[in-house]
Design a protein around this ligand. Structure first.
Ligand code: FAD
Length: 283
């Protein structure tokens, strides 16, 4: 279907984009890579009168080193994030997840910030961002504010970004030297996961000193598997110890049931994929 008619602006600064948002209010929609928004417009599930394209704002693109964090601009395409050496060195979990995100065309057009702002509970970037303890920098009429990962994902397709705000960058605290793995379970290649697990661990002398685990599609938002993290701390990085900790993977989850699998099946997957993800990260 062809989208309903809309006006279009492509500002070249965040300030001008915010001004356009303020002017058009509820009638405006931001477009980043368009990989999720355009299907929504074509199905006429949303019919904004004004589309504000962030594609010409150069300051929103790129990856930089900022001391104890790696900063990813919201408009940085997945393909750039996935091949960036700073991300690979200091936030390897994100690089691993991007490897499994969609196909090359979508990775070329879709953006890091767009995927996180979209907040699809089956999206591949939410759980790694949560597990890494990312910080989301959001610009609005009153300036910029920073939202912790724990507060960013509010509900299904809902984040802490206000209607008059724009996500400008995501700060990923450096976890240099940590092992990382993203274990994604799909029925068909290049698709959203039925369940996936993002694991990053710091191993010292064969012992798991610290672990941070995120779950994809086990609730209406990405979730931290805190019970697993606690069970792992101080344990040897062995199959038996990891298997026992992974049994806690479903605590605090509320997985959906759909054509790809019911909630019980997803709980089973969460335990199995958590064990696999941790063992791979620890090795
Ligand atoms: C065929 C196909 C397969 C896919 N498979 C996967 C997959 O396996 N895993 C996965 O995780 N994703 C998948 N995706 C989605 C992909 O990751 C998209 O890139 C992503 O969901 C949206 O990013 P975008 O830049 O295209 O955002 P857009 O579609 O342009 O925007 C998405 C939403 O976020 C808002 N938004 C965008 N940027 C900002 C910002 N800076 N500030 C505030 N709001 C903003 C928009 O208003 C819109 O509501 C797939 C998409 C397609 C088309």
């Amino acid at each position: 279907m062809i989208p309903a008619a809309f006006d279009y602006v492509a500002p070249t600064s965040v300030e001008d984009a915010l001004a356009a948002l303020a002017q058009h209010g509820d009638d405006a929609k931001i477009i980043a890579g368009g990989q999720s928004l355009l299907p929504v417009l074509r199905m006429r599930l949303n019919a904004p009168e004004m589309v504000i394209d962030l594609g010409r704002i150069e300051s929103l693109r790129g990856v930089r080193d900022d001391g104890d964090a790696i900063v990813v601009g919201a408009m940085t395409p997945h393909s750039v994030v996935g091949s960036d050496p700073l991300v690979a060195q200091h936030a390897a979990l994100v690089a691993k997840a991007v490897e499994h995100l969609a196909d090359a065309q979508v990775r070329h057009r879709g953006t890091f910030g767009g995927a996180l702002a979209h907040a699809d509970p089956a999206g591949d970037l939410g759980a790694p961002a949560l597990a890494l303890g990312a910080e989301f920098v959001v610009a609005g009429p009153g300036g910029s504010r920073t939202v912790a990962a724990d507060d960013f994902f509010v509900d299904l397709f809902e984040t802490a970004i206000g209607e008059d705000e724009i996500l400008t960058e995501v700060r990923l605290p450096k976890r240099t030297g940590w092992g990382a793995h993203y274990e994604k379970f799909v029925r068909v290649a290049h698709q959203w996961p039925i369940v996936a697990v993002a694991a990053t661990v710091r191993v010292e002398g064969g012992v798991i000193a610290e672990a941070r685990i995120g779950l994809t599609n086990m609730g209406s938002t990405p979730l931290r598997a805190r019970a697993v993290e606690e069970a792992l701390a101080g344990q040897p990085a062995t199959e038996d110890a990891v298997r026992a900790a992974a049994e806690h993977a479903t605590e605090g989850t509320n997985p959906p049931s759909d054509l790809n699998g019911d909630a019980d099946y997803r709980r089973h997957l969460a335990r199995v994929l958590t064990r696999r993800a941790i063992l791979a990260a620890a090795s």
